[in-house]
Write a protein that binds this ligand. Structure first.
Ligand code: GLA
Ligand code: ZN
Length: 688
């Protein structure tokens, strides 16, 4: 098992810290750096993102620069052995820039330029903005490329803005030219004869087109590509300025409009921001599993390489509705969960609460009271103590035998297709919910999972779960076939293989592009039930006792025919009663399970437990876990560090396997069964 280099190359420890904006205090509290450094030491904090929103201070008037104030901050932090992730300041343009160059402010879908000052509201196509960002980044690189504090570049902040300005529209047309070559190709790919939308001139293309699903999908892809291009531009400017430190950018969970998987190759380390809303004071296994899913996706973005939790809140973000405080123990649960799933650090937004502005009540390590005698500060210090005992974990990863497919391409295709899922897809993101519903059983069984985009390498896995794989990019169907042929087990579910990369329906029967043959079925129709409709999945096959019975099914129900596949369950009601609802098809050395309907979560749990048993998939503790417990491990090939977390409502007993387990924090040997209270995390070390 490979151990990855530390996320900060010269610092083989867990990072602990956060966003630090001392410039808000320099004038009013001249010794703020001394105060903060004392508190950083006390809380075991060692790493901070600095300068994220500092452009207005670096360049108060166009072409007039001031960096001495940042020199002082960085020098002080270096002297205190604090690592700095120095930001490029593009997330917030200075006021003069907004006023002088209105073209930088983005234009909304209705064509209105959004001029109200804020942040992260620039256009990624604006030529003048690119120039200005290139200039400031080069200057920062020239000045700080060898600064001992600066260990990494934090590129911008939460890239996301969407713009419909003329420069974006022009860039979109150029992007389409590169992609399609000729208008003829584009007209064909977008099916433009529909509603008479065909184009004779590139200039006629308008991204606001409501008629063409292919256009809508390409516009979303284009916007992510613009962000990737901008990210590359920012990093290139740093390199031109001579900077060699690695670069990262903070992503935002499963934000709908940016395909973060496309950004992965451009950064050296994956970073994510995470602000879960815990229900029941943290006794909330659904939220826990849902957060683990995102963490697993981050760990998978660079093939298992540890990522870093760049922002999290030690208390409560003011924008939570309502901003209910984190209950005792929850900050530790949340932060250790990130580490359990591959983060090599815990960073908070923010270090110190500012006195003014929109985030003056956003939770922080240091509150307005200004000292360390607070509950939150104590929580953070405890997390610091724990992290300090995890040096050996840095660079370790989690070997998964199971991969899930989660792809923004699929999500966008569903969002832009008026079909049985569109309404709910837009409002509740039904795609993501479905994938998470299948993920939950693995979380609750303590089986590690990687989360991959659809065009990934599947060959190392034994089980591949690709729920609702609505869109098939070129090559995906073949890759699935190869995976199964070579002995893999594949799980697919309803609304699979409906459209190609242009959002055009496959002809010749669903699931398309050859999956019909792979699955041994033909999906003829798709039903979307109303809440008052009854449907169920009836499982009678005696070989699977745990799945026997009638399980509520819907709202999405596919009506299908077995064409060689074995029928394991049928529908119980409505005009398609008795037809297949779950099938299994042997193909090559492997098999494909196809679930034709949404179904009761308990059935999903039973189904995936069945697969886990059949494939003898490794579980963290070797056996099933009590409800509510999250369990995973990281390894360097010699040791395994096991994380056990109780997100349930009751105290539980967990039986450990026969290896000796040592509690990493107390150093004591732990005997089985281990008692775990609600909202408790234990980290155990054992031999691999
Ligand atoms: C985002 C931003 C931060 C801060 C937090 C507040 O993640 O990146 O600057 O505004 O939200 O939760
Ligand atoms: Zn624009």
């Amino acid at each position: 098992m490979q151990k990855y280099p530390p996320f900060l190359s010269s610092f083989p420890k867990m990072a602990h810290g956060g966003d630090y904006n001392p410039e808000q205090w320099l004038e009013s509290v001249p010794d703020i750096l001394d105060q903060d450094i004392r508190l950083m030491r006390l809380s075991g904090c060692n790493t901070f993102s600095v300068g994220i929103f500092s452009w207005a201070r670096y360049e108060p008037r166009e072409g007039e620069f001031s960096f001495e104030w940042m020199d002082r901050i960085l020098d002080r932090l270096a002297a205190a052995d604090v690592n700095v992730l120095l930001a490029t300041p593009s997330a917030a343009m200075p006021a003069w820039m907004r006023q002088k160059y209105p073209e930088i402010s983005r234009v909304n879908r209705d064509g209105v330029r959004e001029l109200q000052p804020g942040r992260m509201d620039h256009c990624f196509s604006s030529r003048v903005f690119r120039e200005k960002v290139g200039d400031i980044n080069r200057r920062l690189a020239e000045r700080y490329r060898t600064h001992p504090a600066v260990k990494m570049w934090h590129i911008s902040n939460e890239y996301q803005s969407l713009c419909h300005c003329e420069q974006c529209v022009e860039a979109f047309r150029a992007w389409l030219r590169t992609k399609y070559g000729t208008l003829e190709n584009l007209n064909r790919a977008w099916w433009t004869s529909f509603w008479g939308q065909s184009f004779q001139d590139w200039g006629e293309i308008n991204p606001r087109n409501r008629a063409l699903d292919g256009s809508k999908l390409d516009w979303k892809r284009f916007q992510t590509d613009q962000i990737v291009d901008f990210l590359k531009h920012e990093i290139a400017a740093l390199r031109e300025g001579g900077a060699t430190q690695p670069a990262t950018t903070n992503m935002m969970s499963l934000w709908p409009t940016v395909n973060f998987q496309r950004l992965a190759d451009t950064v050296d380390v994956i970073a994510d921001d995470c602000y879960p809303v815990w229900k029941q004071n943290g006794r909330d296994e659904q939220t826990a599993a849902s957060i683990s899913f995102v963490h697993d996706l981050r760990r998978s973005m660079k093939g298992g390489r540890p990522w870093v939790l760049m922002e999290s809140c030690p208390s409560v973000p003011q924008w939570h509705n309502p901003p209910k405080l984190k209950r005792p123990g929850m900050a530790r649960m949340e932060m250790m969960q990130a580490v359990a799933h591959g983060s090599d650090g815990v960073l908070y937004f923010q270090w110190r609460k500012g006195r003014g502005g929109h985030e003056k009540y956003h939770g922080a390590v240091v509150d307005h009271v200004g000292h360390e005698h607070t509950r939150v500060f104590r929580d953070v210090s405890e997390i610091g103590n724990t992290l300090a005992k995890l040096d050996d974990l840095v660079g370790t990863t989690t070997p998964a035998e199971v991969a899930f497919v989660y792809d923004w391409e699929v999500r966008w295709a569903l969002e832009t297709s008026a079909g049985v899922l569109k309404d709910s897809a837009v409002e509740d993101d039904a795609y993501t919910e479905t994938v998470k519903a299948h993920y939950f059983p693995y979380w609750s069984m303590g089986v590690p999972v990687d989360v991959l985009e659809s065009r990934a390498e599947f060959s190392g896995y034994r089980l591949l779960v690709a729920p609702r794989l609505y869109l098939l990019l070129p090559g995906v169907a073949d890759a699935l076939k190869t995976f199964v042929e070579n002995g893999g087990t594949l799980v697919l579910s309803a609304y699979c293989g409906q459209v190609n990369e242009s959002n055009l329906c496959f002809t010749g029967g669903w699931p398309g592009d050859g999956l019909r043959e792979l699955c041994g079925i033909w999906v003829e129709e798709t039903d979307r039930l109303l809440p008052e409709d009854q449907q169920n999945l009836t499982f009678a096959d005696p070989r699977f006792p745990a799945l026997q019975g009638e399980w509520s099914a819907g709202p999405l129900c596919e009506i299908l025919h077995a064409e060689g596949a074995e029928v394991l369950a049928t529908y119980g009601a409505q005009f398609y009663a008795g037809t297949p609802a779950l099938t299994r098809n042997a193909f090559g050395k492997g098999e494909v399970w196809y679930l034709a309907t949404d179904v009761d979560p308990d059935f999903l749990l039973g189904l995936h437990r069945e697969l886990k048993n059949r494939l003898k998939l490794r579980q963290t503790t070797g056996t099933d876990l009590p409800p509510g417990v999250g369990a995973t491990w990281r390894t360097d090939g010699e040791s395994e560090w096991v994380f056990l977390q109780n997100f349930g409502t009751d105290s539980v007993e967990i039986s450990l396997d026969s290896r000796p387990h040592r509690d990493v924090e107390s150093g004591e040997t732990v005997s089985s069964p281990l008692h775990l209270k609600p909202v408790e995390t234990r980290i155990l070390q054992r031999k691999a």
